[in-house]
Write a protein that binds this ligand. Structure first.
Ligand code: CA
Length: 226
């Protein structure tokens, strides 16, 4: 699988390419926003590892252009900017994941592999878990094809769980999606929305379970008992 690495620190870029090739990826490297634009316009990459601070501009601008073209190539943002506002800006611009420098190479590889396992395109896709479906374009949930109506925040939580169904989603990532909607998210806000989602999905006959993995996060999976 071919990856694009956008990184202007040459030492880090070479390290990334060597490491990625060692685990079976092919990787192209570019060092500027201009080169990144040209590369994604001409080559279909399995995923992009994107640094934000580039000599000729901001990586987020490149990311926004890619998404405006409805190009759903998975993008993992890699940056020294690790604050919550930067993560939110990254996710809002269409990043699929975010890793702050310094990072462990094993974590980068694990996250890339998770992104690449995700089926199909991101945009306008119908995600399914059991008899629950979520249209990522209309941002509409269904149980047995019947539309379900949730608050904007509940939809945000359900969406991130559905996009990563069968895998644990960290509480941090769920919170970041909520921060995208409002700055004042209380410490137990995620639990509150998870609780409401569980109840409404169960009341509607949804054959799914939202599991709490203590100290880690949440996981949505089909409930075969129901
Ligand atoms: Ca940089």
């Amino acid at each position: 699988m071919r990856l694009l690495v956008v990184e202007d620190n040459n030492d880090l870029a070479q390290l990334l390419v060597k490491g990625l090739e060692a685990v079976g990826f092919a990787a192209d490297v570019v060092a500027t926003a201009g080169e990144a634009r040209a590369a994604v316009a001409t080559t279909r990459y399995a995923a992009v590892v994107l640094d934000l601070g580039l000599p000729d501009g901001d990586g987020l601008a490149v990311l926004r252009e890619v998404r405006e073209r409805k190009d759903a190539t998975p993008v993992l943002v890699l940056t020294a900017r690790g604050g919550v506002h930067d993560r939110v800006a990254g996710l809002r611009s269409g990043a699929d994941d975010y890793l702050a420098k310094p990072f462990a190479f094993e974590e980068l590889v694990a996250r890339l592999q998770a992104l690449l396992r995700r089926p199909g395109d991101l945009l306008g896709q119908l995600l399914r878990v059991g008899n629950v479906a979520f249209d990522t374009e209309a941002r509409q949930a269904f149980v047995d094809d019947q539309p379900q109506f949730f608050s904007a925040r509940e939809v945000a939580v359900l969406e991130i769980l559905m996009r990563r169904s069968g895998r644990v989603v960290s509480k941090k990532l769920v919170e970041d999606h909520l921060f995208g909607l409002s700055a004042d998210v209380g410490s137990n806000a995620v639990e509150v929305y998870i609780h409401r989602l569980r109840k409404q999905l169960a009341d509607a006959g949804g054959k799914v379970q939202i599991h709490t993995i203590r100290g880690v996060g949440y996981l949505i999976a089909e409930d075969r008992e129901r």
